[in-house]
Design a protein around this ligand. Structure first.
Ligand SMILES: Nc1ncnc2c1ncn2[C@@H]1O[C@H](COP(=O)(O)OP(=O)(O)OP(=O)(O)O)[C@@H](O)[C@H]1O
Length: 342
């Protein structure tokens, strides 16, 4: 069953539309990540669900119950903001126990829960530590323990790992996914970081200008972005206008083979970097190597073809041509997708 359901939710600020008829579902025990560029309406969405922002139209249902008129503290949702907003004058235990205290839990119950939660987030015994002595990652864990303490039906995370460096974020994302799985937590998270969303989520929702541009499992969205906008937002750059007939796409790069069953007629062709084969000059599309970016065992090679827009190839370390080299490009049909031209 959907624990959270949004039906046609719209929010306007003066003349500006922040949310424009958003439909969304978060099934129980699942993690849904909302992804989108700055200003696409992600934070407004969370605020509407939390009851901090009124919807001008549409409905928000939690466990089937319409939340119109239900104040934030009666919705049973927990919210963790990107700047984690810990109380600096309270110690770790005081922070984690905050929601329990508000609920009127007794001292013994609070102490027990705080101990359990700190254990859970990997900070056992940290009860008496002062907030200013914690690292960014530790503060994030305390904020998470605090949000989990009152056992919210729905946990909402706004850019949960936004402030942390990449290495720590990647570790924490994996930990969070494991933790939510073990606890059976239902999570709605927003982020502008694709990697984070795809690592954390069972389903992702890509937003554009207050609307849902695409939703699906990470594999579905990554495998077949719904539009050029979604593809670019996910970091795909090898995109070009095309006209498809059968398994042939005519493009400014020349004719490219596409899998059978792709949409026909005018569209946008996406070629994954792993599908761009770099060979000797004279074989395929002539191009010059512009730049190379080394990424742990693989190399992203930026290419400037003689015709059509620039593109990127993913090469193994041993196969990387030097900068300035003249090469020939071929495209692997299995790595091409035809998208809508929007
Ligand atoms: N209180 C407000 N008053 C007026 N306009 C607002 C208000 N809050 C948000 N907006 C506008 O609504 C739109 C959506 O904003 P929102 O903060 O939800 O986007 P976002 O996707 O969370 O962006 P970011 O990633 O930068 O946090 C933006 O155009 C923003 O300027």
């Amino acid at each position: 069953m959907a624990l959270l359901r949004l039906e046609g939710v719209g929010v306007r600020f003066g003349g500006r539309t922040a949310l424009d008829g958003v439909d969304l579902e978060v099934p129980e025990h699942r993690t849904v990540c909302v992804l989108g560029p700055s200003g696409s309406g992600k934070s407004t969405l969370l605020r509407v669900v939390a009851g901090l922002q009124r919807a001008d139209r549409g409905r928000v249902l939690l466990a089937g119950a319409d939340q119109a008129g239900v104040p934030p503290h009666r919705r049973g949702v927990g919210l963790m903001f990107q700047d984690h907003q810990l109380f600096p004058q309270r110690d770790v235990a005081g922070n984690v126990a905050f929601g329990l205290r508000m609920r009127g839990a007794g001292r013994e119950e609070r102490d027990r829960r705080v101990g359990e939660l700190l254990e859970l987030v990997g900070l056992p015994g940290a009860q008496r530590r002062a907030v200013p002595t914690l690292s960014g990652g530790e503060q994030q864990r305390v904020a998470l323990a605090r949000a989990l303490a009152p056992q919210p039906k729905l946990l909402m995370l706004d850019e949960p790992l936004g402030q942390l460096d990449r290495g720590l974020r990647e570790r924490l994302v994996t930990e969070l996914r494991g933790l939510f799985g073990r606890l059976g937590t239902t999570v709605l998270a927003v982020t502008h970081d694709q990697g984070e969303a795809f690592a954390l989520a069972d389903r992702v929702v890509v937003m554009r200008d207050g609307r849902v541009a695409q939703s699906g499992t990470p594999l579905e969205v990554w495998g077949r972005p719904a539009s050029q906008f979604v593809a670019r937002f996910l970091g795909f750059d090898n995109l070009v206008d095309c006209t498809v007939s059968g398994t042939r796409a005519d493009t400014p790069w020349g004719a490219v083979e596409v899998p059978a069953g792709e949409p026909q007629g005018e569209g946008t062709l996406l070629v994954r970097p792993s599908g761009v084969r770099v060979g000797p000059e004279g074989e395929g599309l002539a191009a010059t190597v512009e730049a190379r970016t080394f990424r742990a065992g693989r190399v992203a090679v930026r290419l400037r073809p003689d015709t059509g827009p620039g593109l990127e190839a993913d090469c193994a370390l041993g196969e990387v041509p030097p900068e300035g080299a003249r090469v020939g490009l071929r495209f692997g049909a299995g790595e091409t997708v035809v998208l809508d031209r929007v």
